[in-house]
Write a protein that binds this ligand. Structure first.
Ligand code: NAD
Length: 458
C-alpha cells in the first residue's frame, strides 16, 4: 500500500469515529502495554544491536518511560477526554462554558535514532489517547529497534489506526508532502526547518522537538564530587547522544582543576579505565557520526579520553580543556561523549558565552547560591532546566518537555501530550430562561450600563 492510500485508509477510519470510543482506545493501550512487557527481552536485544545500549539504560530511558506514559494514559483517558467546564463570563449570562478536547485527525510522528523506542512510542501514545490515528516514521539508523517497533505496532493495532512507514529521507519527504492534521517531529534543527516548511504548505500545526547547545554553569559552591558524579551521568549516558545532555561546562576559574580531577575519577568509577570494555557504555550510532565527533577532537585540548575505534564506533568519554568558541567542538551541538570545559570569572563572561548560541533545549546550574541561581533562571531562555543535577526534568510527566526558539516548538509528556494532540474547542451553551436586552440595537442610552458590565468582567 502506498503512502497516500495508507493515509486515506486512516482518514476513513478516523471518520468512522471509532477513535472516539474510549473503551476501544483503553483496550488498545492495554494491549500495547502487554505486548511491550512480553517483548522486553527483544527490546533489550534490539537496542544492544543498534548501538550497544545496556539493559539498565534501555529500561531507564526507553521501556520505563513508555510504560509509565501508558499507565498514565490508561488511568486518565476517560477524565482527559471529557469536556472541561470552565467558569462562564458575566457578559454571556446566563451560560455554561466548556472546553472540548478534539482530536486533530491523522497525525504524522517522525522519530530520531538516539532514543528510538521511547521517542516514537511516547508521542504515539499521546496521539492515540487523544483520539487521533497515527503514522510513525522511525529512524533508519536504528534498524533493529525500528523493525521491532513495527512488529509491536502491527501486532497491536490495525493499520488504519496506527501504522509504520520505514525509510530515510525519500520516504520522509514523501510523507511530508501529504496533508496531515498534525505533525510531531523529533530530530535536528535543520530537518526541523524542513518539516516546518512542509507543514506550512498545508497549514498543519506542528510540534518540533529539536536540539541545541546546552550550557551547564558551575560556580563551585556545591560539593564538587557530587557535581562531577551527576555531570558524568548526564553527559555520558547513551554515550552523550542525548538532546538534553549538558553540551559544555562553564566553571568558575578557581574551581576548574578540582572539578576536572573529580570528573576523571567519576568517569573511571562509572566506566573503568578502559571504557571500551565496559558493558554499560554504548557506541556512537554510526561511522558518519563517529567521524563528525572525531573531527571535534583537538589533541592539544584533550585532558581525558580521546580514544576511538572505527571498527565498532567507540569513542571514549572525553574532556577538552578550554577550547575556543570558534573551534569545531564549540560550533554546533556536540551530541556525543565530548565534554568541553570553559571558564568564567564574571557574570558578563557567562552571558557572552551563552548568548553566542541560539536558545538551548536544556540549561543546568550547579550552585548553592540562591540569588545567583534565581537570576540565571529568569535571565536566560531555555526549554527546561535543572538546578544541581542534569536531565532529570525529563522524568516528571507534570513538567512540559520541549524547546524554545531554535530548540523547538511545543511540548509534551503526560497530560500535556494529550493536550498537544487535541484542538481545544471552545463551546458556550447559552441559557434561554433569561435574555438580557442590553446588547441588542437600538443602543441609545445603554453605553453606561455596558461599561459597568465590563467592570464585572474577570
Ligand atoms: P535528524 O533530524 O537527522 O533525523 C530525524 C528524522 O528525520 C529521522 O527519522 C530521519 O529519517 C528524518 N530525516 C533526516 N533528514 C531528513 C530530510 N532531509 N528530510 C526529511 N526527513 C529527514 O535527527 P537525528 O540525527 O535522528 O537525531 C539527532 C537530533 O535530534 C539532535 O539534534 C538532537 O538534539 C535531536 N533530538 C531532540 C530531542 C528532543 O526531544 N528535543 C530528542 C532526541 C533528539
Amino acid at each position: 500500500m502506498n503512502i497516500p492510500e495508507l493515509l486515506q485508509l486512516q482518514r476513513n477510519f478516523f471518520n468512522t469515529e471509532k477513535t472516539r470510543d474510549i473503551l476501544y482506545l483503553k483496550n488498545s493501550l492495554k494491549s500495547l502495554k502487554k505486548e511491550i512487557i512480553n517483548r522486553e527481552e527483544d527490546i533489550y536485544k534490539a537496542l544492544e544491536r543498534d548501538f550497544k545500549k545496556s539493559k539498565f539504560e534501555t529500561y531507564l530511558s526507553e521501556i520505563g518511560i513508555v510504560l509509565s506514559e501508558l499507565d498514565l494514559a490508561i488511568k486518565n483517558i476517560h477524565k482527559w477526554s471529557k469536556p472541561k467546564r470552565v467558569f462562564p463570563s458575566i457578559l454571556n449570562f446566563p451560560s455554561s462554558d466548556y472546553i472540548y478536547s478534539e482530536p486533530y485527525g491523522t497525525v504524522l510522528i517522525i522519530g530520531p535514532w538516539n532514543y528510538p523506542f521511547q521517542l516514537t512510542l511516547a508521542p504515539m501514545i499521546a496521539a492515540i489517547t487523544a483520539g487521533n490515528t497515527a503514522i510513525i516514521k522511525p529512524s533508519e539508523l536504528t534498524p533493529h529497534t525500528s523493525n521491532l517497533v513495527e512488529d509491536i505496532i502491527t501486532k497491536v493495532f490495525q493499520k488504519e489506526h496506527v501504522a509504520i512507514v520505514q525509510g530515510g529521507i525519500p520516504e520522509t519527504t514523501e510523507l511530508l508532502a501529504q496533508k496531515w492534521d498534525y505533525i510531531f517531529f523529533t530530530g535536528s534543527v535543520p530537518v526541523g526547518k524542513i518539516v516546518a516548511k512542509a507543514a506550512a504548505v498545508h497549514m498543519t500545526p506542528v510540534t518540533l522537538e529539536l536540539g541545541g547547545k546546552n550550557p551547564c554553569i558551575i560556580d563551585g559552591t556545591m560539593n564538587l564530587k557530587l557535581t562531577a558524579k551527576r555531570l558524568v551521568w548526564g553527559k555520558f549516558v547513551n554515550a552523550g547522544q542525548t538532546c538534553i545532555a549538558p553540551d559544555y561546562l562553564l566553571v568558575k576559574s578557581e574551581f576548574k582543576n578540582s572539578l576536572i580531577k573529580n570528573l576523571k575519577t567519576e568517569i573511571e568509577k562509572a566506566y573503568t579505565i578502559n571504557p571500551e570494555t565496559s558493558p554499560d557504555y554504548p557506541r556512537i550510532i554510526n561511522k558518519k557520526n563517529l567521524d563528525r565527533l572525531t573531527k571535534m577532537l583537538d589533541n592539544d585540548k584533550i585532558i581525558h579520553g580521546g580514544a576511538y575505534n572505527n571498527n565498532d564506533n567507540f569513542l571514549a568519554p572525553t574532556i577538552m580543556d578550554e577550547p575556543t568558541l570558534d573551534s569545531e567542538v564549540m560550533k554546533d551541538e556536540i551530541f556525543g561523549p565530548i565534554l568541553p570545559i570553559l571558564t568564567y570569572n564574571t557574570e558578563e563572561d557567562i552571558k557572552n558565552t551563552i548568548n553566542n548560541y541560539e536558545k538551548p533545549l536544556a540549561f543546568y546550574v550547579f550552585s548553592n547560591n540562591k540569588k545567583f541561581v534565581k537570576k540565571l533562571m529568569s535571565q536566560y531562555s531555555f526549554g527546561g532546566g535543572v538546578i544541581n543535577d542534569t536531565m532529570i526534568h525529563f522524568g516528571n510527566h507534570r513538567l512540559p518537555f520541549g524547546g524554545v526558539g531554535d530548540s523547538g516548538i511545543g511540548a509534551y509528556h503526560g497530560r500535556l501530550g494529550f493536550d498537544t494532540f487535541t484542538h481545544q474547542k471552545a463551546v458556550v451553551k447559552k441559557g434561554n430562561w433569561l435574555d438580557i436586552p442590553m446588547r441588542y440595537a437600538p443602543y441609545k442610552g445603554k453605553l453606561k450600563q455596558l461599561k459597568s458590565m465590563f467592570n464585572w468582567f474577570d
